[in-house]
Design a protein around this ligand. Structure first.
Ligand code: FES
Ligand SMILES: [Fe+2]
Length: 337
């Protein structure tokens, strides 16, 4: 079902501290924390080898974690190093420790063969830390399969409908198509799939118009980049003679179970960096509201329908080219495993 030898985004770096957090990834409960002494990032199975209590209910002490039930202590490598009132510790008292790394504000874990885990393979997103940009990072939970949630980003034409009242445009709405010109291309590289969509002479929704102070139609160029398993980086440029603004929005989907997922998100802008509207808080409110009230409810409803109707076959449209290319690539990867 799930890819094993791959990096999964499991947390925002801002969530990690010496207070352990539990998270289910690919049906596997893991505990994440930073050691209190050396500040090392640790990912372990979220269970105590004694009697399987979650370590996420325990306490980090120095560079180790103590189970909250009977006080057994585990080192960062998963070995139990202390049992209260006992001289020796059974060699069987150990749990899995997973490779873990933080990069540009996200935390990634590798659940497969640890000898194959190379942090250089974690998708890089340099714009998140560029000096001339400002970013916000968020995490959501969706009661939908991670691929279904990712597919939401692989067909940006939904922005013209689902988000027509917020940051979308109205391109494609019946009666408004004739003034908008659309060009779309999709291409594949060895480790990624790409798509570019250009909309010319398009009227923006109220939110996007306010970001750039646009009063006239713009050219809206969306460049998308998909990397396995489901990291989708989108660059959005909007321009006319009044202004040009550039946005990167990143969406990373990680399976929690077959029918639920973790959704990590970043939004980076190159405009209004010195106060005024929009600032980081405006962006956080607008983006989190849109994803929570528009995207996730639609995809969760799709998931319920897929179950209710026995997962019927989809009927693709021309706008689905990118989605189809990505699905083809994933099918190839499953064959390659
Ligand atoms: S279950 Fe953890 S110490 Fe007993
Ligand atoms: Fe959306």
């Amino acid at each position: 079902m799930f890819f094993e030898n791959i990096w999964y985004c499991v947390a925002l770096a801002s969530e990690i501290s010496s207070r352990p957090i539990g998270r289910v990834v690919c049906n596997r409960p893991i505990v994440l924390f930073q050691t209190a002494k050396s500040g090392t990032l640790v990912a372990l199975e979220d269970r105590c080898p004694h009697r399987q209590a979650p370590l996420s209910m325990g306490t980090v002490i120095g560079d180790e974690i103590m189970c909250g039930y009977h006080g057994w202590v585990m080192a960062a490598d998963g070995r139990c190093v202390h049992v209260p009132h006992q001289e020796t510790v059974s060699r069987n008292a150990r749990i899995e420790s997973y490779p873990v790394a933080a990069r540009e504000g996200f935390v990634w874990t590798w659940l497969g063969d640890p000898s194959r885990a190379d942090p250089a393979e974690i998708p890089e997103m340099p714009w998140l830390v560029a000096d001339d940009r400002s970013s916000i990072l968020s995490r959501f939970h969706a009661r939908a399969n991670d691929q279904l949630m990712a597919d939401n980003l692989l067909d940006v034409s939904h922005a013209d409908f689902l988000h027509a009242g917020s940051f979308g445009s109205r391109a494609g709405q019946r009666g408004e198509t004739d003034t908008v010109r659309q060009e779309m291309e999709t291409w594949t590289k060895p480790g990624s799939v790409h798509s570019r969509r250009v909309l010319k002479n398009v009227a923006l929704g109220p939110m996007a118009a306010a970001w750039g102070g646009f009063t006239e139609p713009v050219t809206r160029t969306t460049s998308q980049n998909w990397r396995p398993t489901n990291t989708i980086n989108i660059e959005l440029a909007m321009e006319n003679r009044e202004n040009r603004i550039l946005i990167n929005h990143d969406h990373i989907m990680t399976p929690e179970t077959e029918t639920s997922s973790h959704y990590f998100f970043a939004f980076t802008r190159d405009f209004v960096l010195d106060g005024g509207y929009p600032n980081d808080e405006d962006m956080r409110r607008e983006q989190e509201t849109t994803i929570r009230t528009e995207d996730i409810p639609m995809v969760e409803a799709q998931q319920r329908n897929r179950i209710a109707f026995g997962d019927p076959l989809d009927v693709p449209g021309q706008a689905d080219k990118f989605l189809i290319a990505v699905h083809r690539r994933i099918a190839e990867m499953r064959g390659e495993r």
